[in-house]
Design a protein around this ligand. Structure first.
Ligand code: BG6
Length: 487
């Protein structure tokens, strides 16, 4: 059998601040990503922040990355810096055109995130921002017009700036209430049209960067923040199931396959321990309880106890996810003595890498699908996978991206084998990202993922014209043949 299962969901994925632009339009509040500059200025800058004495600092990762950012530093906008996400690729004004192009490929699902600060500009208002709701209502109507299923990420590594600065993000339990109010608003307004929801993006990145919005690197604070996110997610699932009986919930995990660097027992055992850092997040949210190895993870992060009330335990149990969704871009290797979460630390000599040094490993995807499914036994949804490279467009904006076709073809074959040969239940795939967008980790436009080229550079120059690449036409065939054209 060389096709995918009947009814397989084929589509693409993006995040609000990476595509929308319009950062100060429609009553939107400031967001934790708004301070990220492009990475290609002469003096490489990322997030722009200022100390009380006026000294500027430019943290390379998210500005919440505590090891680089003193707590007294405040985010600032600099006049001589460019902030690509402020304009991004202007999906805010081009959504009709973009959705029509996606429909032209035959997509039957589109994953996008709702910008929390478009709905609640500072996260604490009593009433939602009507303009924000009407923007997403229009997007959903447009998707429905073409028969596309919306897959909504409620929170993509972000939060209203006010919540980050005033409460130190998810380290405060108060954020659960703010998040629940936001979810309830989304379910009320969009629930009748949206079946698939993701409560958070890449939640297991809490230990390294962005999503929990705390500046403190202290392990206890970070894992407490994660606990608050688990409870918030479970409460959202419980509420969502009450309000929308057909709705299905997942959360997105960053799943790089992790191999031991050798067959030395110490390396293999080290890989097992390190993998548990990811399992921790999936087990708690998809199985509904803290696993026995949790204490070992806490100890590794310098603390030995996390207070979890009986009430929270009950919420986690009742608010389990319906499916497991994840991103897959690469694999990593690890060996005894390596720090945990050593992404990019050791080189795998058997794999080629992207220009950004990410190892390309399609078989790793099949491996990941099997290991998650074996363990959790819930349907999988691959909600991010793709190739970020520099594309050379001709004078018409056309890109002959055979390398992207090769990359996707190999990953699709691995995915199909996992489903058809290994018996993994996988309901869909959304490629990152159908329309070129601003990179999350580098803030650049030149790292392009799309099936559709956008005329926009790192300095904000360009006509924003959209042009399908060669891979666009290839993907159209893949979808219309439900995968058999990749042979
Ligand atoms: C995932 C994120 O981690 O990776 C996306 O959910 C991100 O937001 C994607 O864009 C690719 O990473 P990057 O850094 O190349 O944009």
């Amino acid at each position: 059998m060389n096709t995918f299962p009947k009814g397989f969901l084929w589509g693409g994925a993006s995040a609000d601040f990476q595509v929308e632009g319009g950062f100060d339009e429609g009553g939107r509040g400031l967001l934790s990503h708004d301070y990220e500059t492009d990475g290609s200025l002469e003096e490489p800058r990322h997030h722009t922040m200022k100390m009380p004495d006026g000294t500027l600092i430019y943290p390379r990762s998210s500005f919440f990355y505590a090891d680089e950012v003193p707590p007294e530093a405040e985010p600032v906008f600099l006049e001589d810096a460019y902030y690509p996400s402020h304009k991004a690729v202007d999906f805010y004004h081009h959504y009709k055109e973009d959705i029509a192009l996606m429909a032209g490929m035959g997509f039957n699902v589109y994953r996008f995130s709702i910008c929390w600060s478009r709905i609640y500009p500072n996260g604490e208002e009593e009433q939602p921002n009507k303009e924000g709701l009407s923007f997403y209502r229009n997007v959903i109507n447009e998707l429905k017009k073409y028969g596309m299923e919306p897959l909504i990420t409620i929170c993509h590594d972000e939060m209203p700036m006010n919540l980050a600065l005033k409460y130190d993000g998810w380290s405060s339990r108060y954020l659960i209430d703010c998040y629940l109010k936001y979810c309830k608003t989304l379910f009320e307004h969009f629930g009748q049209d949206c079946k698939y929801w993701l409560t958070f993006n890449e939640i297991n990145a809490v230990k390294g960067f962005g999503p929990c919005g705390t500046r403190k690197s202290d392990g206890h604070v970070r894992y407490l923040a994660a606990h608050h996110m688990f409870v918030a997610s479970a409460k959202a699932v419980i509420l969502g199931h009450e309000m929308m009986p057909d709705a299905k919930f997942g959360t997105m995990y960053a799943m790089s396959e992790l191999y031991p660097a050798s067959c030395k027992s110490e390396d293999v055992f080290h890989a097992l321990l390190e993998r548990r850092e990811n399992w921790y997040f999936i087990d708690i949210m998809a199985r509904g309880y803290y696993p026995s190895y949790a204490k070992q993870i806490w100890k590794h992060h310098g603390f030995d106890h996390l207070e979890i009330s009986d009430e929270d335990k009950d919420i986690l149990k009742r608010g389990q996810l319906d499916f497991v969704s994840f991103s897959y871009y690469r694999s990593n290797i690890t060996q005894a003595g390596d720090p945990w979460f050593n992404v990019g630390g050791s080189i795998n000599p058997y794999l080629e890498t992207t220009p950004w040094g990410w190892p390309i490993d399609p078989l790793g995807l099949r491996h990941v699908m099997n290991t998650i499914y074996d363990r959790i036994q819930k349907p999988l949804f691959i909600v991010e996978n793709g190739l970020g490279v520099v594309d050379q467009a001709d004078e018409n904006g056309y890109v002959e991206d055979d390398y992207r076709i090769e990359y996707l073809k190999d990953h699709f074959k691995a995915m199909r084998d996992a489903i058809n040969e290994d018996g993994v239940d996988c309901i869909g795939y959304t490629m990152w990202a159908p329309v070129d967008l601003v990179s999350l980790s580098t803030g650049e436009m030149k790292k392009r993922y799309g099936f559709i080229y956008v005329d926009m550079n790192d300095k904000g120059e360009g006509s924003l014209k959209r042009t399908p690449k060669k891979s666009y036409y290839w993907m159209k065939e893949v979808i219309s043949s439900n995968g058999s054209s990749i042979d």
